[in-house]
Write a protein that binds this ligand. Structure first.
Ligand code: NAI
Length: 285
């Protein structure tokens, strides 16, 4: 199988994880961000992560150097003109993503595919910014991208079968299990299943049925999940959970996705999860 030459747009958390993964699998990767400082920060983070793998004897120093040599960094979108697949992982904002997709559409070869790692925006709306809607799709990785096994390949309204199959193939080359999400739908599969669980867990606490600790314990021991819903919200950012609920609530116009008051109260108090030292739980000792 021919190796893909991969373009990765955005050198933040997800972008550098995806670029690292591609490089680890022997792909040539071009990593872009808005300026040299941001993109070299992303590259340095990849180098630091690979150094940890060397320390833990998962890879050798020579392998690390080879992986790093697979990655080129740039702040010029034009440098991506020869890549066959681009994965975009920039800020979660429709206008910003559309703007970058519009520019990429002008720069890339007509047969190149542009995938977005968006976790909630409509693939069809992002694709509309281009003249190649059949070659735009979602490619949703999970954090941390080099570790988490799943990739959701998401169809926009006009995404072609060929695009889906190329991206499924790419995910496989990256060592992932890929599933096809056949319709552009809020939250795709994983977040669609997860969000009502968060809401229900919060409602149990609001109703005084159980404490967050006991809900987490129940879910971990009773459902065999590695983390409970409160631990997971704190890990991912409580504010992100609210943002996704508001989005679902607005899209479906359904009270089943109405954000619980206890969640809003927490956020108003600045308790956003582990990143602020407190969320549903306290972390600062
Ligand atoms: P991040 O904040 O770590 O990185 C965002 C990147 O966007 C940065 O490199 C930044 O320089 C760039 N950026 C910001 N404004 C920009 C602009 N105006 N034009 C071009 N680039 C700009 O964010 P993260 O977490 O890596 O998320 C990126 C995407 O991946 C989002 O769409 C997010 O929804 C999605 N995602 C995030 C996951 C997570 O757990 N963090 C999981 C799965 C998907």
């Amino acid at each position: 199988m021919e190796k893909f030459t991969l373009g990765v747009i955005g050198a933040g958390t997800m972008g550098n994880g995806i670029a690292q993964l591609g490089a680890q699998k022997g792909m040539k990767v071009i990593l872009w961000d808005m300026n040299e400082e941001l993109v070299s920060k992303g590259f340095d983070r990849i180098s630091a992560t690979l150094s940890k793998l060397v320390k833990r004897e998962k890879i050798t120093d020579a392998q690390k150097e080879e992986m790093l040599s697979n990655i080129k960094t740039t702040s010029k979108l034009e440098d991506l003109q020869n890549v066959s697949v681009v994965i975009e992982a920039i800020v979660e904002n429709l206008e910003v993503k559309q703007d970058v997709f519009r520019q990429l559409d002008n720069i890339l070869a007509p047969e190149a595919i542009i995938a977005t790692n968006t976790s909630s925006l409509s693939i069809t709306s992002i694709a509309e910014a281009t003249g190649r809607q059949e070659r735009v799709a979602g490619m949703h990785f999970f954090n941390p991208a080099p570790v988490m096994k799943l990739v959701e390949v998401v169809r926009g309204y006009k995404t072609s079968d060929e695009t889906v199959s190329t991206l499924m193939d790419l995910a496989k080359q990256m060592g992932k299990e890929a599933i096809e999400v056949k319709k552009d739908t809020p939250g795709f599969i994983v977040n669609r299943v997860m969000l009502p669980q968060f809401i229900e867990a919060i409602r149990l606490v609001e109703e005084g049925v159980a404490s967050p600790e006991d809900v987490d314990k129940a879910v971990k021991l009773g459902l065999n999940y590695p983390m409970g819903p409160f631990e997971l919200q704190d890990f991912a950012g409580v504010d992100i959970g609210l943002h996704v609920m508001e989005y679902f609530h607005d899209e479906y116009k359904s009270e089943r996705y109405a954000p619980p008051m206890a969640l809003k109260r927490l956020i108003r108090a600045g308790r956003l999860g582990r990143k602020t030292g407190a969320g549903w739980y306290d972390y600062e000792k």
